[in-house]
Design a binder for this molecule. Sequence first.
Ligand code: MCN
Length: 724
Amino acid sequence: HAVFVRSPFAHARIRAIDVSAALELPGTQVLTAADVDLGSFQPPPIPGLDQQMGRPFLARDVVRFVGDIVAVVVTESRAEGVDAAQLVVVDYEPLPVAVGPEQALAGGVLLFPEAGTNVCMSHPAERDPDLFATCEAVVSGRLVSQRMAACPLEARGSAAAVGDDGRLTLWLSTQTPHQDRDELARILGLESADVRVVAPDVGGGFGAKLLSVEEILVAWLARRLERPVRWAETRSENMIAMAHGRAAVLEFTIGGTRGGVVEAYRLRILQDTGAYPRIGAILPGFTSLMASGVYAIPKIESEFTSVVTNTTPVGPFRGAGRPEATQAIERAMDLFALEVGLDPVEVRRRNLFASDAFPLTTASGAQYDCGDYERALDLALEAAGYEALREEQRQRREERGTLALGIGVSVYVEITNGLVEPEFGAVEITPEGEAILRTGSFSHGQGHETTFAMIVADRLGLPLESVRVIKGDTDEVRQGVGTYGSKSTQIGGVAALQAAHEVAERARELAADHLEASAGDVVLDAETGGFHVVGSPAPSVSWKELATSLQQQGRLDELRAEEVFKPDAPTFPFGAHVAVVEVDTETGNVELRQLVAVDDAGTIINPIVVEGQVHGGVATGVAQALYEEFLYDEDGMPLTATFLGYSFPSAAELPSFDVVSMETPTPINVLGAKGIGESGTIGATPAVQSAVIDALAPFGVRHIDMPANGERVWQALQRADSGE
Ligand code: MCN
């Protein structure tokens, strides 16, 4: 069992590590940086991302966040490991800290003095001082998309063993088994063929379960010690050691006509990447790309700067860069509506891209495939009963009660498969005439076992239960990219369909031999799964008969096909959400009364799975708007490292959401499918935040940062009362 000794300081020099007391416990080994020959866990080799800010696998001279790993203890049992870890004495010399991104940007404290800056990446815009020169109304704002913890119900765990054949197997709770295999092989100096990664059922990842130093160390230890090694983290370890999400400061200015037409928008993003930059540093690139949202804004200037801070590293978390874009533009639209004296819905309507404008390129550079934003908005308003809600709000305001009603609307578009990646799928027919799909996508809760099986079953005319989906084992599935960015269906699903198609076509030719007919005359009956001559259902050959016969001839391999599908472009799911909250103006308590979600992911494979994805996604979106925030004190001490402190909502806090379906098939792939896994998260947050602010509008409140919880609402009301 491996147990990590972690830094209790956010920034400190390591003067000495004394492992002698720990080593006195029988069967204990302790390894420190001096023992590890792996170099550093480098940031991905992305142009512009500072490569001097790599993370040593075990901290060498300096620790840079609470949770940084100083040593690893290996024992026969986990309990002994926990005891031994407490006996490792580290002499720290505390250093000044840079906790928030603004503080880090000021550069008073440098995390990597050799780099001479805390900026790990920046993407400046060509600044136009006259951007708003022609605008009649201009308004600016600042929004914090606060730091969140991904909180998968299953925390991370891994185990590694070297087999008799010298091959390394790593069992991992991950979303990307094949990428992890290749990365691990590279770091350990092995061939990919010498490594097997197995990801069994994974209890949630939410974007954050990418290969980490802990898991690499577990694999390295198994080879070094020539013993199987395992590690399972505690919840509080997960809260400080697994990548956090969001953590961006968004500053915006929006301008346009008094009639409510937006003419220009500026977005500046300051991204906190935590102590060691990885993917989190480049996510604001997506925020910047998606700055325009659903609006036809002629002039956009967006830029970002990413900085390192003495906090837990930041990585992708459900939405990953796109929620921030929507949060900023939707906040800006609300403030602009207020400025020009229009209803927020009306301002949105006046600026939406028209449904016949697609495909189009936004002023922030994104190429949208297709959409009908106004219809999504109309559906959401209708389902919520928007007019009646405004009437109820008017009445309540007249009555001057203590329960204020707030209504928030958001319209959003997001990018899925943003990196335009490929995916692998292989279909084979078993001797029993059933089918196996091997997919390079990974499902850590999204239900590919159902939806991908449906895609294959549909094409082969087999019952759903006759299709088995295999994923997550690099020995069982030859290649794969894995799952993030809600891309699985539009690439992995399509690869599965194409492989099934190829198998069906081959089978048709083989069935023609059986039927002594020409292949051109034989069809596969999708209802019965039998092959017959067109127009005459009998005689027919079933999959089972075909498979048995080919098996006897040793030719079953002919019913096997592999495909790699790479589309030409990403897809752009979109939708509209309406949130209704009730705010107690005496206590600040906020109750979410209703949330309507219209999320269009193109053609839907399975409406029940999709509804589940929307409900989960919306819960995460509401959690950011009202509940969750990972906090540090000024010394960089985490204040919310357990579920006692971190306000993770359960079903008890949330109403049942109203999900309205809408399908606009994309031309980018044959399924017509876009991603749905993150939509709810992206649409819900600004709608709910806006609803809380709307409830307090009569008090002159124009903004409340997230989470817009009771405390923040109460403080905003106090400030309003005192005329601040
Ligand atoms: N689907 C469908 N029709 C569509 C689109 C999707 O039926 N037009 C189905 C899919 O086949 C799949 C599910 O909906 O079963 C989600 O598919 P997709 O949108 O393609 O997204 P991915 O499978 O790539 O999932 C990733 C996405 C991300 S990025 C995060 S983060 C996330 C999420 O999905 N983390 C989750 N959903 C999660 N759900 C659970 N339970 N746990 C997580 O950690």
